[in-house]
Design a protein around this ligand. Structure first.
Ligand SMILES: Cc1cc2nc3c(=O)[nH]c(=O)nc-3n(C[C@H](O)[C@H](O)[C@H](O)COP(=O)(O)O)c2cc1C
Length: 214
């Protein structure tokens, strides 16, 4: 992928890689969206995003976070304000991340229970989401899971997540041409291009929020 082809979506100017290379590497996290990571189409987004960062997005690394092992939220599981170890490990990953890539399917016009549960655990005091930059990608039926975005944005208001507004990315996964191969890898060139633009936008917004804007 050609770095020179990337543009700043706000100004239309080419991204200045020299300036970005001066920054510390941003650490973004992305969720495994479904219970069985490897079978989820949405994992394909996470892997593709990791590859884009490796190939062409200097200064950004993405780590996948598995939310499938988080227990259903029950505040009785907290002891002296400490959550169960698997939850604390998850919370620490979020706290350490500069930004978040939510790869979420839509379940019955909303976000999945697994994702809501993860957001809720992260919101226990101290809220680890506060002030993070974030974006959402989804795949689904005709609207590509788009309705789930607006529910997630609503939840994000209270936990103080700052979502980028554009580009938005909804992939109608069941319409031709094929978007994913048999193993769940993202293969559609147009979708890859938009995903790249989203990551550039997320990187810029994260730098801006942290006071490192160009
Ligand atoms: C309980 C349930 C509800 C769903 N509801 C929606 C929905 O409202 N809109 C939609 O586009 N897809 C819906 N889907 C399909 C998901 O979009 C699909 O499972 C998702 O794209 C992930 O694909 P995968 O299960 O192959 O990983 C639903 C799936 C399940 C299991």
């Amino acid at each position: 992928m050609d770095q020179a082809s990337l543009i700043n979506l706000k100004t239309g100017e080419p991204v200045s890689w020299e300036k970005l290379e001066d920054k510390n590497v941003l650490n973004a996290v992305s969720f495994s969206p479904l219970w069985v990571l490897i079978l989820s189409l949405l994992s394909g987004f996470c892997f593709a995003a990791q590859q884009i960062c490796k190939d062409s997005l200097t200064g950004m690394e993405i780590e996948l976070v598995d939310i499938s092992e988080l227990p259903l939220l029950n505040t009785d599981l907290e002891v002296d304000g400490i959550c169960p170890p698997v939850v604390e490990a998850f919370r620490q990953k979020i706290a350490a991340a500069d930004s978040i890539l939510f790869a979420s399917p839509e379940y019955n016009y909303s976000i999945t229970p697994a994702l809501k549960n993860a957001v809720d655990w992260g919101s226990r005091p101290p809220n680890v989401w506060g002030g993070k930059a974030a974006t959402i990608v989804s795949a689904g039926g005709g609207f590509g899971g788009g309705r789930s975005h607006y529910h997630l944005r609503q939840v994000g208001v209270y936990v103080d997540i700052h979502f980028i507004n554009k580009p938005e990315f909804f992939v109608p996964a069941f319409n031709p041409p094929p978007k994913f191969d048999g193993e769940g890898n993202l293969i559609d060139p147009m979708s890859k291009e938009i995903l790249q633009q989203i990551l550039v936008s997320l990187q810029e917004f994260t730098l801006r929020l942290s006071g490192n804007a160009q």
